[in-house]
Design a protein around this ligand. Sequence first.
Ligand code: ADP
Length: 453
Amino acid sequence: MFKKILIANRGEIALRVIRACRELGIETVAVYSEADRESLHVRFADDDVCIGSAPARESYLKIPRIIAAAEITGADAIHPGYGFLAENAEFAEICAASKITFIGPTPEQIRTMGDKAQARATMIANGVPVVPGTPGPVEEVEDALAYAVKMGFPVIIKAAAGGGGKGMRVARDADEFTRSFQMARSEALSAFGNGSVYVEKYLERPRHIEFQILGDTHGNCIHLGERDCSVQRRHQKLIEEAPSPAMTPALRKKMGDAAVLGAKSINYVGAGTMEMLLDEDGSYYFMEMNTRIQVEHPVTEMLTGVDLVKEQIRVAAGEKMSITETPPLRGHVIECRVNAEDPAKNFQPSPGRIDVFHPPGGNGVRVDTHVYAGYIVPPFYDSMIAKVICQGRDRPEALAKMRLALDTFVVQGITTTIPFLGRVMADPHFARGEVHTKFLETDGAHLMAEPKP
Ligand code: ADP
């Protein structure tokens, strides 16, 4: 087992990883930017190293400084968290070349799944259903248009290297397609340094359903149930839950088997997520695989009782994962992401000093956060300040707990999305589980605005 793990991340996920390490008796190293000097991950780690100035490209993305920090402190492994370098195959390679274990899949696995066009091709080759679309990247607008016409509009143009909801454009007719295609290509090039795009059929009201995967180097690979992440804004997840209200045991078996088949086809090792779309007619399609721990992993942890971060560490150390079959799914779990954003101002970030902070608690309530009263939310990074996860024996109980949790979550000094999340929890459509990825643009659009007094 590792002696000392460096966490190449910040915020709540850095704290989350530190907790897992402490439980396993492993020492920790925090790295931080000048803006994060006062952060809890720095305080709670055994060792800490400042790696640069506030902008992520000057600190959390600076590979040589992170490797140097690991070498100076004697860390024998690096946990990348999510975001930043978590899906950077080159970083995983450099770790290996520096004799430091990267806690995640192999560089090759990251590369295969990181290129969405290549991931699609891999899934097709292994018989996993994918959203109908071009067999690979398309260069010429004429060829792409011909595919789009054949598939039928609307279609979505996606950057092969895209991620985080970026690099996607929907086209509803041939005219729009021609314009969007060129824009998508140049956007992809400037955002990801790779102009490669492909075209998929655009599903109008799908659910986003993803399966948590866990694999080890001893040939075990299982799923730990699904998460329904359909409540999104601009393709970014806001609320996640499990089980999906749309799931049946038979559908879980089919989709879960497909997810595991896809992961096994690349001998996947570590924690990963197979993201799929479930269409209104019950068809499901592979969309992409995330080769890392996800923001919403606590949903699965509460539902199954499995500590996914500890499993990641065990598996990276070459041990067998502690469960080798899908565990029983207990009750129902909902997660809300609390962001320092102002819904009244188009969800514009609202950084600044938190004066009062009182998180909710109680039976079945988990709060993952890195903030505290007096903490200053910096403007440089992701605006998520907390995740509230509630578990009930069934969906109505989980929902009731979440309503109460949000109601008693006091944050003063900055504007947060707590009241907005509360409105979603009180919405009759949401209460019936009738959501899809366009919910907040259609039936739920009114929830975005503050109700008039
Ligand atoms: P990213 O890697 O940027 O997160 P994804 O490929 O995971 O992008 O897609 C993010 C979201 O975009 C999905 O959850 C879904 O809401 C929407 N989306 C992606 N592809 C399609 C599609 N073919 N049809 C409809 N919605 C889609």
